[in-house]
Design a protein. Structure first.
Length: 125
């Protein structure tokens, strides 16, 4: 008896991406439509004022731009790193840039935060 398996291109891409992300980050961020998205499918952003792998978005800024938080056991791998925020919590960064959500995005695929104040940009792989 012959058994055949079919794998959709999307499933194959998701499996490949999961292998490329750091342990734990597969649930944290992935590429979709040429941009990075969080586990909820929402667009991730970078902030021009962040430098040296450090987040400068705290307080009210972090209320509007929630950080992509890293679990306690999360470890850096490849382009994915974990940065420590001013309050001691941990946040995912990609290629040294801390990653954030934008509270005004309503659904997966929204990119309303791109270009805000000329310092917020859609995160791209």
């Amino acid at each position: 008896m012959k058994t055949s398996f079919r794998v959709s291109a999307a499933a194959a891409a998701a499996a490949l991406l999961a292998c490329m992300l750091p342990l734990g980050a597969a649930a944290q961020g992935m590429a979709k439509d040429g941009m990075l998205v969080g586990p909820n499918g929402m667009t991730l952003y970078t902030f021009d004022k962040d430098a040296g792998g450090k987040s400068t978005c705290n307080g009210p800024c972090a209320t509007n731009w929630p950080p992509l938080m890293a679990e306690a056991g999360a470890a850096a791998k490849g382009d994915w790193t974990v940065v420590t925020r001013d309050d001691g919590s941990r946040q995912w960064a990609y290629k040294g840039k801390p990653l954030y959500f934008w509270t005004k995005d309503q659904k997966a695929g929204d990119t309303t935060g791109d270009g805000v104040n000329s310092v917020w940009h859609t995160a791209r792989p």
